[in-house]
Design a protein. Sequence first.
Lengths: 316, 200
Amino acid sequence: MQAKDRNKFNPTGLIIVAIIATFSINPILGGVIIILIILFLKKNPKLLSSYFTKHLLPAAESQDDEDLSEDSFNTQKEFNSNDQSAMRAKISSFLFTKTRLEKRKKYLHIALNSTLEEAEEIISQLPASDRILIEVGTPLIKIYGTEAISRIKEMTPPGTYIVADNKCADLAAREVEMMANAGANASTCLGVAPIETINSFIEECQKFNIDSMIDMMNVESALEVLKKLKKLPNVVMLHRGVDESEFSKEKQIPYYQIKQIKGNYNVLVAVAGGDTSREVQQAIFNDADIVVVWKNFYKSSAQTAQLAESFLREIK
Amino acid sequence: MISLLPASEKIIIEAGTPLIKKYGTRGITSLSNWWSEKIQKQGYIVADLKCMDRGSREVWAAAEAGASSATCLGLAPIETINEFIGECEKVGIDSMVDMMNIEFPFEILQKLKKLPTVVVLHRGADENERNREKQLQHDQIHRIKGTYGKVLISVAGGETTRDVVRTFFNDSDIAVIWRSFYEAPENTANLAKDFLKLVK
């Protein structure tokens, strides 16, 4: 891989030397050559992108050597065959280093579902922690559109991990593009959606350099779905729906599936649908990486900050 | 695009899922305003929410925005669909249940407390593109209509005129199309007229 890298680097060095040389001979000629090179690169964006990947790679590796090395290799492969809009997303993510999830940490995932005003209050009360993920809930997205994502991104401190819960069921490519451009770090897709949709969703997420989450709500066996996929998502979310929890209490989150999934696949597992601290403990005890809560954070209250802190303590 | 469509009460405008996710309820409201202006009376707007959870909240938001009906995924938990249909009745809009990726729409209908107004048989766009051999279940239309007299059937996912003819031949009440309109906006008027003729 290194030899290949050197091969790619050489022309760039040569070009720079050539530019300096022509400038010393005749400044006008140098200008003309620069314009020609810019035109050439515009016509062949692939060359430009391979140049960027080299800078992206070490940056990503130094951030998190173990988890991302495989990831960034994929990134490089994707890079050469990308359309321009995906490339733009990548370059911007390289400039403003995008937060990614780490394997060894446990995360508290707070879903915001009421209104943007409430969301702002809640966010202002949350303790600063890199273990808190903020989710823009489905109702927010459906009511405010992608504006909700960019607004919440503005409200949160820079570097906060934003999940767009778009619950994609069809036309994955378009939805992922919208969410990524609005500034989300991850996007969700329904596990009950057609397999073709989930496959294209995961591919598209890799292209736009965001994490893919598959929401296994109302899926009996998450393993069966994972088996059928071409590529693995970053996160699998075991989810008991709100209406389900309210109207039939006896439905349980299948905690035993967490171990099954983690044993067989290299993915993070999130658990959603339990809101009491007991359920949070249970999820973490069963080795979940991410715990999703929302009910306690639906309306902001005096206890919001305490709640978040106590949850964070529990999932240490 | 709406300005290009012929004014006809037989046309139902749907605010698609990507549109809703992009513009939120504003998208529904503007569509409803444009279309109502065009046909000089309250137009019929479908909000394709693809509701999966929290049935009541989403229905309420869509109705507020001026939608005449909303959709819910048949894949959603039964509790959600029940809640969805109940809420739709409460706010006075039609309920549509989208049977995408469901093998036997029957089983879902059997489990429901109340029937939805419309059942949408749907082949997803991603399915269409990547997997040609999946077919719409036209045979299901008769069966559903035979058993549940009152529900209307809508068929989505076929785009060619042939698909549409077949849809109506099989006694469906509504045919949903989008791709031809998405890909060739300039032919909108002709296309719509052609399809309307078929639907007669």
